[in-house]
Design a protein around this ligand. Structure first.
Ligand code: FAD
Length: 247
């Protein structure tokens, strides 16, 4: 039987831009297995001389979609794997992957918890898998997404989030734009802080489950502040994507 840690060759079915520096890749998997929302795949690139580079990418799609997954990848300046994905890979190519991986940063729609989702930049990807899974499963648990981006143009999945929010099934989306805001912007306009978290968390009550994902500093700061305002550490799950703290 195939194990999640066996490598398989995926076919690139579709590539579409999300923002100027982010693309979504749909990969068709010969050995597809349903993932849990929040899990990731590893991608492995092998050069002609045998040199290999391997990175993890969260699954953006919901587990209900069979046979394929979406990965949403931000192009990191001088990044080995993300620049290859953005600049070299084309539809129809094949790529080595393994997964789904991870058993901690996961959420299942059968859980009745109120959900607090906090994202910085591409950290929204695994949380989007949870939101899409929640919608597919018809769940209506109160779910608040607080999503920090640099500018409006950097917001990933904006339209889809608006659409899901408008269905009135308990999803609320709070954006904060830390660098610049369009005219008439009514969302937050600063880095995530205590006052912001209190405002987003309060309507959810104390029995929530929190998932935080993004740059290391954002994740640590948000988790520490949640504890400060009374959320227990065992209610908070975190995933760190990379070294930068600038969202
Ligand atoms: C569990 C997990 C899930 C992840 N899911 C996603 C995802 O869904 N989408 C996504 O875009 N990324 C995701 N990442 C980050 C991803 O694995 C890579 O770290 C990222 O794409 C950079 O790889 P690279 O080879 O392009 O850059 P590298 O060649 O590794 O690094 C180049 C330079 O960029 C810096 N750098 C590395 N990673 C980051 C980063 N994330 N942010 C800013 N600077 C960085 C390095 O310090 C270095 O200076 C995830 C990471 C983990 C651990």
């Amino acid at each position: 039987m195939r194990q999640p840690l066996d490598w398989q060759i995926a076919s690139v079915k579709d590539i579409r831009p999300e923002t100027a520096s982010v693309k979504t890749f749909t990969l068709a998997l010969p050995n597809w297995t349903a993932h849990r929302a929040g899990q990731h795949y590893d991608i492995r690139l092998t050069a002609e001389d045998g040199y290999q580079a391997q990175r993890s990418y969260s699954i953006a799609s919901e587990p209900e979609r069979r046979g394929e997954i979406d990965l949403t990848i931000e192009r990191i300046e001088d990044g080995e794997v993300s620049t290859y994905m953005h600049e070299v890979l084309v539809e129809g190519d094949q790529i080595e992957v393994r997964g789904p991986i991870g058993g901690y940063f996961v959420w299942d729609a059968s859980s009745r918890d109120q959900l607090l989702l906090i994202a910085g930049g591409s950290g929204v990807v695994p949380l989007m898998s949870m939101i899409r899974h929640r919608a597919s499963a018809g769940a209506s648990n109160a779910t608040h997404l607080l999503y920090s981006s640099r500018t409006f143009d950097d917001v990933i999945y904006y339209q889809e989030l608006e659409k899901l929010k408008s269905k009135g099934k308990g999803l609320e989306v709070f954006h904060t734009l830390t660098r610049s805001q369009p005219a008439g912007w009514s969302g937050f306009d600063r880095r995530i802080d205590e006052a912001m978290l209190k405002e987003v968390v309060k309507p959810l009550g104390k029995s929530l489950q929190a998932f935080i994902c993004g740059p290391t500093l954002l994740v640590e700061s948000a988790a520490n502040t949640l504890v400060k305002i009374g959320i227990k550490p065992n209610q908070i799950r975190t995933e760190r994507f990379g070294p930068t703290g600038t969202a």
